[in-house]
Design a protein around this ligand. Structure first.
Ligand SMILES: Nc1nc2c(ncn2[C@@H]2O[C@H](COP(=O)(O)OP(=O)(O)OP(=O)(O)O)[C@@H](O)[C@H]2O)c(=O)[nH]1
Ligand SMILES: [Mg+2]
Length: 694
């Protein structure tokens, strides 16, 4: 096969925090390259990338979009990711399949928490990157100071390749520091015109140029460095080569000055994307597991190599149904060939292949390394699946997504829609691995877990828009329980004689508390046939029924032992039912006497925050009746705090943590154990619950 096309493919992610200008920048890429003939904007609600009705309504990205453009000799495949932290799962999925990253930063506000998280993710999955300082048309931006601040804060080797000419309102051009060339821009034209560098900044730019060359040269071998230090002239070719290597290895991170809304500096950025970022055939071999040979292998990207692709996104298209979107790392995929899917371990014939451009799908016959394509209607393909062939079945390790931490109980507005809601949520989950749904049998609620308030409000809107179900998202109920604190004895005689056959059951119960987690224990110590054997199961059933609703607030009773030690019966009137009723009543009576208490679930939290927020976090945990278990310093001046927190205080913790740490904290939680609810709260809970029952 002619591999020219794939040697010119690049896969690039636009990733960073919300509102920094990624979608606006993507629009400029498409416009400048002639892919579209009108430059859309967020404000006019007509960008190619933010095309869904929810994105248009909200004015920001909610889904990652697949875009592509051709610029000079290269095909660039772009993934424009949403920046809000609530949608971080999509950035995690994108990082898995991109060869390089464009981190767009709002030059006015600097690096904010979501971008910081993206920097952390890239640190764990290194990719060559560019920093794009956007919005240079805003007032009072000191470009080089912003770069230095980021450099120092995150210990990144940032090197400015372009610099702005003028600032704020007057921002009208950039200088290419590497080439010593200025460009002027007018009327959002696709490209700038060359101009001379203003005399008054020539020296300054000369300095930056020298600094840039130096920072490139130090990344190479000592021989070249010595030559440079001895004043020898180093050819441009050598410098360019060293520069490319340093960028590809992530040793230097070029920085560019742009304004996406004014389309300034972006054509030059596009040139540098072509020139410096790796192509799909330049990347490191892909590590995968050969499922036939049962061993790890490395697949070098080649159009003639074994087919290998990774599904990083699933989408339900209203017209063509389910679309599984994958990035091809190796081999050539052709329509009507069959491919092996790692999760189902079966092969499927691909009867179609599509290239994507925002909402549009273009049918194609084949695709190869560095292409991002979709196949439709194969239900068994899931997110994070590896696609390969029966001859060499492969599996790439799945993406590790953050665990959703924000729960809500979902109920339909109209009765009878329960089934529809949970099946619709299951479909939404297929597209978004950072959502979890759980039918909680203890509180009888359908609980949906997402990444935060925004995430859940979008899911609610999706339920309405896509599936036509109106729903309510409310704070989940706490799975309280009840138990007893001391021993008690109780007797109950159930006797009814109203003509015909009567009812008679009579029991003596001894009730004792069990250790926490002890559950329920039933003992029968009837001696001498006071109650015939045949009625004993009725007694146990009665007690079990009473356990379902405790005497304080009707919560399930746990950790009790019940001993049936005496009773009496009537030869005609006794029945299993009569003993069941007697036992149930006796238990309730006994429980009243046994110091009943309410228990509350306690969660174990693991919270990671920058050190400086420790005081606030501990104060907040204390105010939530929590207990700190441990605090451990970890990398990047952060602390890992473990704590027990009562579940009733946890439902909004993701929002609380975000506001306490300006979005720089993260946490996970799991159920730990039950503890007694303090009496004043127990009273409140009981009052609330009893009110509900009325
Ligand atoms: N002044 C100015 N505003 C800009 C520039 N680029 C983008 N904006 C505005 O910033 C806002 C956010 O832009 P987007 O392109 O949606 O940013 P994004 O990074 O895609 O945001 P998310 O999708 O939420 O991650 C919009 O109102 C844009 O018009 C710029 O260069 N200058
Ligand atoms: Mg966007």
């Amino acid at each position: 096969m002619d591999c020219k096309s794939c040697s010119n493919n690049k896969v690039i992610g636009l990733i960073s925090g919300n509102g920094t200008g990624k979608t606006s920048l993507a629009e400029c890429f498409l416009y400048n390259s002639g892919t579209i003939d009108r430059l859309g904007s967020i404000e006019t609600k007509n960008t190619i990338s933010d095309y869904t009705s929810l994105e248009i309504k909200r004015g920001f990205s909610i889904n990652s979009s697949i875009l592509s453009y051709k610029w000079k000799d290269f095909n660039i495949n772009l993934i424009d990711c949403p920046g809000y932290m609530d949608f971080i799962g999509q950035t995690q999925a994108a990082i898995k399949v991109i060869d390089s990253a464009l981190l767009v930063v709002d030059a006015k506000s600097g690096v904010q928490a979501p971008t910081e998280l993206v920097i952390e993710l890239l640190d764990k999955n290194p990719r060559p990157a560019f920093f794009i300082l956007n919005k240079l048309d805003l007032e009072n931006i000191d470009y080089f100071k912003v770069i230095n601040d980021i450099k120092n804060e995150y210990n990144l080797n940032l090197v400015p390749i372009t610099a702005p000419v003028d600032s704020g309102e007057n921002f009208s051009g950039i200088i290419d520091i590497l080439q010593n060339q200025a460009y002027h821009y007018k009327d959002k034209n696709p490209s700038g015109t060359k101009t001379s560098i203003n005399e008054n900044i020539k020296d300054k730019i000369e300095n930056y140029h020298n600094e840039l060359i130096e920072s490139i040269i130090v990344e190479t071998d000592d021989e070249l460095l010595n030559k440079y230090l001895n004043g020898e002239k180093i050819s441009n070719d050598v410098i360019n080569n060293v520069f490319k290597q340093a960028v590809v290895k992530g040793k230097v991170i070029p920085v560019f000055a742009v304004s996406a809304t004014k389309n300034i500096g972006i054509d030059i950025l596009m040139d540098y994307i072509n020139y410096l970022l790796p192509s799909a055939l330049d990347i490191q071999p892909i590590k995968a597991r050969d499922l036939k040979e049962d061993k790890e292998v490395e697949i070098k990207p080649s159009p003639d190599g074994p087919p290998l692709a990774y599904v990083f996104k699933t989408m339900a298209d209203p017209y063509i149904g389910k679309l599984s979107i994958f990035r091809i790392f190796s081999g050539t995929f052709k329509v009507n060939n069959s491919y092996y899917i790692s999760s189902s371990q079966k092969t499927y014939k691909f009867t179609n292949l599509f290239k994507l451009q925002g909402k549009n799908q273009i049918e194609i016959d084949e695709a190869s390394c560095g292409d991002i394509v979709a196949v439709s209607k194969i239900m068994d393909i899931l997110n994070d699946d590896t696609i390969s062939t029966q001859e060499q079945p492969l599996k790439i390790p799945p993406t590790e997504y953050f665990t959703p931490t924000h729960p809500k109980a979902v109920t339909p507005k109209s009765k009878g829609d329960e089934e529809k809601i949970s099946s619709s949520i299951s479909k939404i989950i297929q597209e978004d691995p950072t959502i979890r749904q759980e039918l909680n049998l203890e509180v009888h609620q359908n609980i949906i877990w997402g990444m935060g308030e925004l995430h859940l409000s979008i899911i609610k809107e999706k339920l309405k828009e896509k599936f036509d179900v109106d729903s309510e998202f409310v704070t989940p109920d706490v799975a309280y329980k009840e138990t007893i604190r001391k021993d008690a004895k109780a007797e109950y005689k159930y006797k009814k004689q109203s003509g015909g056959r009567g009812q008679y059951g009579h029991v003596f119960l001894e009730i004792k508390p069990l250790e926490s987690g002890g559950g329920f224990e039933f003992k029968d110590s009837i001696f001498g046939g006071a109650i015939p054997k045949g009625y004993i199961p009725g007694v146990e059933k009665g007690v079990r029924e009473a356990l379902q609703k405790g005497v304080i607030a009707g919560y399930p009773v746990v950790d009790v032992s019940v001993n049936l030690y005496d009773g009496s019966y009537h030869t005609v009137d006794s029945s299993e039912m009569a003993f069941k009723i007697a036992a149930s009543m006796a238990f309730k009576k006994g429980m009243q006497e046994a110091s009943p208490v309410i228990l509350e679930p306690i969660m174990e939290f693991e919270i990671i925050v920058p050190e400086k927020y420790m005081g606030d976090i501990i104060g907040d945990i204390n105010s939530k009746r929590g207990k700190i278990i441990s605090m451990t310093p970890i990398e990047n001046k952060k602390q890992l705090i473990k704590a027990f927190v009562p579940q009733s205080e946890t439902f909004n913790y993701s929002t609380d943590l975000t506001s306490l740490t300006q979005g720089k904290g993260r946490f996970t939680q799991k159920f730990s154990h039950y503890e007694e609810l303090p009496p004043n709260l127990a009273q409140k809970v009981a009052e609330e619950r009893n009110k509900q029952k009325e």
